[in-house]
Structure formats: structure tokens, C-alpha cells
Design a protein around this ligand. Structure first.
Ligand SMILES: [Zn+2]
Length: 162
């Protein structure tokens, strides 16, 4: 079995942090040269591709992709707030921003899938919410269960129809 110099080095955490922050392997190689760490591009590549995945079962999502999605949501949030504050609500434009939010969330879901981020099972979320509701009126709990079942049948239906 091939041994990995990086796994056995004290610089491991520092280099992995750089990689997770979205630095390219090439720029990390440059950093190593400047600090007299004896790691080649090949060693870095081998470690990040093989050992990082095995450690966490995930690949770090490039931060620029996440930032783009967050930026999108912030624009929608700002536009909707502006519209509400100015008291000039134009339903067509409002719907456009809401559908843009949905589109962004779908893109985020695809991104998580692509990067093998584990999804939380809906059932475990459902049970968690139920346990959080334990001391609320029984009527509310029943209503929540009904809505959940409707949502299970048709997850794409807008919540306002429940
Ligand atoms: Zn390694």
C-alpha cells in the first residue's frame, strides 16, 4: 500500500483547510514551496482526492458555488422587501422572485447531491418536529400531521394550498 506523506505530516490540517476554503491544488503547491514543505503537486492531489473523501465521505463544495446561491437568495429577499415596504405589490413580479427562490433551492439540492452530502430523511425531520411539538395543543399537532401527509403526496404543491 502506498503511504501518504501528507496524512503523516503536521501540516495536514493547515493544507486541508486551504483546500476546503476552495484554494486550488496548484496554489497550495506554491504555498508549500514558499514554506519549505516537501509536498509535490502529485502528493497533494493524491491526498485530497483519496484521503479527504475517506475521512468525511464528502467532497468540499467550492465556496464560490455556495456564495452564488446565497447571493441569489439575498437579491430576491431584497427585492421582495422593497416591494412590500413601498406598498406597491405587483403579483407577477412577486411570483417571479418566489419562483427564483425555488429555482435556487433546487440548484442547491442538486449541488448537495453532486457533492455527495448526505440528505436527512424526511421521516427523521418529521419525528423531530413532532417531538418539539409535544406540549402544543393536540389540534395543532393533528393539523401538522395532516399537512405533512399532503406534502408527502405532492411535495411540489405550494404550502398555501395545504
Ligand atoms: Zn493522505
Amino acid at each position: 500500500m502506498r503511504t501518504c506523506n501528507i496524512c503523516n505530516s503536521p501540516e495536514k490540517i493547515e493544507l486541508e483547510r486551504m483546500y476546503r476554503e476552495g484554494k486550488t491544488i496548484k496554489s497550495i503547491e506554491q504555498y508549500c514551496r514558499e514554506h519549505n514543505y516537501n509536498f509535490t503537486y502529485g502528493m497533494l492531489y493524491y491526498h485530497f482526492k483519496n484521503h479527504l473523501i475517506r475521512d468525511n465521505d464528502t467532497i468540499p463544495i467550492p465556496t464560490n458555488l455556495i456564495n452564488r446561491l446565497i447571493n441569489n437568495l439575498e437579491i430576491c429577499d431584497r427585492k421582495i422587501s422593497e416591494m412590500i415596504n413601498s406598498n406597491q405589490i405587483e403579483p407577477n413580479i412577486l411570483i417571479r422572485y418566489i419562483s427564483e427562490i425555488r429555482h435556487t433551492v433546487v440548484e442547491l439540492r442538486n449541488l448537495l447531491k453532486e457533492y455527495n452530502v448526505k440528505e436527512t430523511k424526511p421521516e427523521s425531520i418529521f419525528n423531530m418536529i413532532l417531538s418539539l411539538m409535544h406540549d402544543l395543543p393536540e389540534e395543532w399537532i393533528k393539523k401538522f400531521q395532516e399537512r405533512y401527509l399532503k406534502w408527502r403526496e405532492n411535495p411540489n404543491l405550494s404550502p398555501i394550498y395545504y
